[in-house]
Ligand binder design. Structure first.
Ligand SMILES: [Zn+2]
Length: 95
């Protein structure tokens, strides 16, 4: 579904397919730079969280500790899915 969007760089109206990678017909700049930056930031944070995460198994864990970590991981996945859904919803509605 192609719509029109005002280019943040040159202020010309250009066709927009609601893709993060869409560029301006007039100046070739990305139309949704802010969203791409947000997404990169979000992914970076998520990667950092994964590395020092409580849910990552550590040497010396017993069965109970592994089960707790697994539960935390599942809760975290559900939380991330919800956040991702709302990010998608807001970016879609904002267009
Ligand atoms: Zn432009």
């Amino acid at each position: 579904m192609a719509t029109q969007k005002k280019c943040p760089e040159c202020n010309e109206w250009t066709s927009w397919n609601h893709q993060l990678t869409d560029t301006c017909e007039h100046c070739g700049q990305l139309l949704d730079k802010r969203t791409i930056n947000d997404l990169e930031y979000f992914e970076k944070q998520q990667k950092l969280n994964d590395e020092n995460s409580f849910s990552a198994p550590k040497p010396g864990d017993n069965f109970l500790m592994l089960a707790v970590r697994r539960t935390v991981w599942i809760a975290n996945v559900i939380y991330m899915a919800t956040v991702s859904f709302f990010l998608w919803l807001f970016t879609t509605l904002a267009g």
